[in-house]
Design a protein around this ligand. Structure first.
Ligand SMILES: NC(=O)c1ccc[n+]([C@@H]2O[C@H](COP(=O)([O-])OP(=O)(O)OC[C@H]3O[C@@H](n4cnc5c(N)ncnc54)[C@H](OP(=O)(O)O)[C@@H]3O)[C@@H](O)[C@H]2O)c1
Length: 301
């Protein structure tokens, strides 16, 4: 049986739906708001829920649960690893962060979790997910508000770019890998995915000029990119309602983009997908047109 955690979340729901749609697998979903019947209650912050939550699972698709300070994330991920071992899970698939993000502040919890899982008695496959297309979409939507009146998109991206990927592509890879593993285990063999860490970097790199172009397409007027300093960005974000840890992660993202670290040079994405990666530019333009991306939280794990 395959158990997917976090199925109320955007990524977890796509993976759960993808596995369920195959029709040839036993798939169970877990979520903090689970009712114990159709959806198991799985809350990493409440390890008691993990005893029943993980019972009977051969393959655990462990969707990372960021959106908190590092000490909280480490505690919840550690609890999940311990519970998976205690429940006799045979193979864990963990959704992590791509290597280009190694120096981002959000990498700490992911690399810690990878190490914790590697020391556990089950096999592990790490899906090192690239940054979502929501990253430039969030920047574009936030920047479009003032760009509409000033004609300028201002951001602390320097001349760097960030490689981004559609979340649906990441879910497709996770679905395929988890299904392969379950089939391998059912056939009585250790999966070929055991011990692998797949780099799922996006193939599209987007920088400040690109985002200005996207805003321009959405607003149907010329928009120019203007790089601002990290200090300016920190000041601008101070009153935005971000949690302190989100502010730190967002500045870390800008810092890494500006340093040119987030433009990926290689990826396993195209090997593991059965079709071309989804285009991301159009998606960003649609988000800006819809004006619906309110969250300024763009690098929050
Ligand atoms: N690569 C990127 O660019 C990027 C960007 C943002 C986040 N992420 C990471 O990728 C993960 C999935 O992304 P997403 O887009 O699906 O985020 P999302 O829609 O905001 O969902 C958050 C996920 O975290 C789970 N979660 C939170 N607290 C939990 C807890 N105490 N116990 C168990 N699960 C908990 C939620 O599960 P339930 O609500 O179902 O309980 C849900 O699956 C995030 O949690 C974050 O770690 C990656």
């Amino acid at each position: 049986m395959i158990l997917v955690t976090g199925i109320s979340g955007a990524l977890g729901s796509l993976i759960f739906d993808g596995l369920s749609a195959r029709g040839d697998l036993e798939v169970v979903g877990g979520t903090r708001r689970g009712d114990g019947t159709g959806r198991r209650r799985i809350d990493f912050d409440d390890p008691a829920t993990l005893v029943d939550g993980f019972a009977g699972a051969d393959v655990l698709v462990f969707v990372s649960a960021g959106y908190a300070e590092d000490d909280v994330v480490l505690a919840r991920h550690g609890a999940a690893a311990d519970a998976a071992a205690a429940a006799g899970v045979r193979h864990v698939v963990y959704t992590s962060l791509a290597s280009s993000g190694d120096l981002m502040s959000i990498a700490l919890a992911h690399r810690w979790t990878e190490a914790r899982l590697a020391a556990a008695p089950f096999d592990v496959t790490v899906l090192r997910n690239g940054l979502y297309a929501e990253v430039p979409a969030g920047l574009a939507a936030a920047g479009a508000v003032s760009a509409a009146s000033t004609g300028v998109f201002a951001a602390a991206l320097g001349t760097g770019k960030v490689s981004v990927v559609a979340r649906e592509d990441l879910a497709d890879v996770a679905t395929r890998v988890a299904a392969d593993i379950d089939n391998d285990l059912a056939a009585g063999r250790r999966s070929r995915h055991a011990g692998q860490a797949y780099e799922l970097e996006g193939i599209t790199a987007i920088g400040g000029d690109d985002i200005a172009d996207m805003i321009s397409s959405a607003l149907d007027r010329p928009i120019e990119y203007r790089a601002v300093s990290l200090a300016q960005a920190r000041q601008d974000l101070a009153g935005s309602g971000l949690e302190p840890y989100q502010l730190a992660h967002t500045i870390s993202l800008f810092s890494n983009v500006g340093a040119g670290l987030l433009e990926a040079t290689s990826t396993d994405l195209t090997t593991l997908l059965t079709s071309e990666p989804r285009p991301v530019r159009e998606a960003v333009v649609e988000v800006v047109k819809a004006g619906g991306y309110q969250s300024q939280s763009i690098a929050t794990k």
